[in-house]
Write a protein that binds this ligand. Structure first.
Ligand SMILES: *Cc1c(COP(=O)(O)O)cnc(C)c1O
Length: 432
């Protein structure tokens, strides 16, 4: 299961008229069936999920490395490895990526990790302050190639904002769907770009089900749903996290990565990206471990991992980590496969530990993470305590969003004291 395909040949039966660079075809992740590039996401043979297969056969390693290094300071430096046309950097796009890889020595000290070994990949620095800009930037290029004029999605919040912004910049109409009870920061962020924003009475899985129905109805005709009918293209955006981490480490693979899981797409594509870099000779071929992180209140993958199951039993989410609150994660079985194959694990932390970890990261490294970052930092701490993560090895922890979007999670934080504007008052408060 979850065989990762790096196609080396394009056969004539699957060649396609659309120009999406090195993307050669769609292949089924279950049965390997190949179809031409198009806005489809499920295999016609077995209903398995489709993903992009590439033709990288013409690449010379050193030339490719030079081309990447001289490229723009955003994800398009990796255009030769993505389903986008070669001139993608000239099109109107919000150009995410090339976010900071922070060497987190203060956090390392607190967690008992060796100095110089712990890094935080801080994706709060993207245009709409979450990792979702990476995947939407890909989806919008596919939408252009397939002639869609309306962009849509089902979202736990961050995706809605990313779609709104990317659509505004690229001149698409957008209409996105979210659970009606999301954090205010995410609702405002999604609404501000001027697209249509619809709250659905239900949780994310209800929203997702509704979008699947809409796609089959005339009301959704001509719509590109970034995470449904454009999902194979969208998903590839997560590979850029793997590319950036390795390039920022000096073209080295980290030994361990701690990655958040919502649908599990990001984690599986980070693995795909690392495998590609190895096959292309851009990094040395050595083992790495991928650890998945969930919140206890929505931990279907972690529960399945610990029980030794291959299938993921859906849950009804109840956690402050709403960006990760997908109770029926599409890529769950593939995540289990990768965690087991690489020697990683899947772990979860409760909401209190999420909040503690947000505060820990903020006070040690000056990074204000959203709840998803609290999940990965909290899980990292737990994995070290459990002895599953080796504190002597190079470890990258992902922060995928900005704390300003989930202020409610840390609502207790506030003033140290309120004083009159006098020195006496300052001293009386015990501050001088
Ligand atoms: C969407 C999201 C993720 C990961 O989502 P996947 O569905 O697993 O790819 C991680 N962090 C944040 C903040 C997100 O919004």
């Amino acid at each position: 299961m979850a065989a990762q395909t790096v196609a080396s040949t394009t056969d004539s039966t699957t060649s396609s008229a659309v120009d999406l660079g090195p993307a050669a075809a769609l292949t089924c992740r279950e049965c390997g069936h190949r179809v031409p590039l198009g806005p489809v996401f499920a295999c016609e043979e077995c209903f398995g999920p489709l993903e992009i297969a590439y033709d990288f056969s013409s690449y010379d390693t050193e030339e490719l490395r030079k081309r990447i290094e001289s490229g723009p300071a955003n994800i398009w430096r990796y255009a030769p490895l993505l389903p986008v046309p070669a001139d993608v950097a000239d099109k109107p796009n919000i150009n995410p990526g090339w976010t900071k890889l922070v060497q987190a020595d203060n956090l390392a000290r607190e967690l008992g990790v060796d100095a110089g070994k712990l890094f935080v990949k801080d994706d709060s620095g993207n245009p709409t302050h979450s990792f979702k800009d990476r995947v939407v930037a890909q989806a919008i290029e596919a939408a252009r190639a397939f002639g869609f004029t309306t962009l849509s999605c089902s979202s736990t919040g961050n995706l809605a904002g990313a779609v709104g912004a990317a659509a505004a910049r690229a001149g698409f109409r957008s209409c996105v769907f979210i659970p009606h009870d999301l954090e205010q920061g995410k609702v405002v962020m999604a609404a501000i770009y001027g697209g249509e924003l619809v709250g659905i009475e239900g949780n994310y899985d209800d929203v997702n089900r509704f979008c699947s129905e809409l796609i089959g109805d005339s009301a959704g005709e001509g719509w590109g749903f970034v995470n449904v009918n454009l999902r194979p293209y969208y998903a590839e955006g997560s590979k850029t996290l793997a590319y950036e981490i390795c390039e920022q480490l000096g073209w080295r693979l980290p030994d361990q990565l701690v990655v958040p899981i919502a649908s599990g797409s990001q984690l599986t594509k980070i693995d795909k990206g690392l495998q590609e870099l190895i096959k292309l000779g851009l990094v040395e071929d050595k083992p790495y471990k991928i650890f998945g992180a969930q919140a206890e209140g929505c931990s279907p993958v972690s529960v399945a991992y610990k029980a030794g199951h291959d299938v993921v039993r859906p849950q009804k989410p109840n956690t402050i980590a709403k960006s990760l609150a997908i109770g029926n994660p599409a890529d769950g079985p593939y995540v289990l496969d990768i965690a087991r194959r690489t020697g990683g694990a899947v772990e979860d932390v409760n909401d209190e530990q999420v909040v503690d970890a947000i505060k820990l990261l903020a006070r040690t490294e000056g990074i204000f993470a959203e709840t998803a970052g609290g999940v990965t930092v909290g899980v990292t701490r737990k994995l070290i305590e459990n002895g599953l993560l080796d504190p002597t090895l190079t470890t990258v922890v992902l922060n995928t969003g900005d704390g300003l979007k989930t202020l409610d999670a840390v609502a207790g934080s506030g003033l140290t004291a309120t004083i009159r504007p006098t020195l006496e008052s300052f001293r009386d408060a015990g501050l001088g």
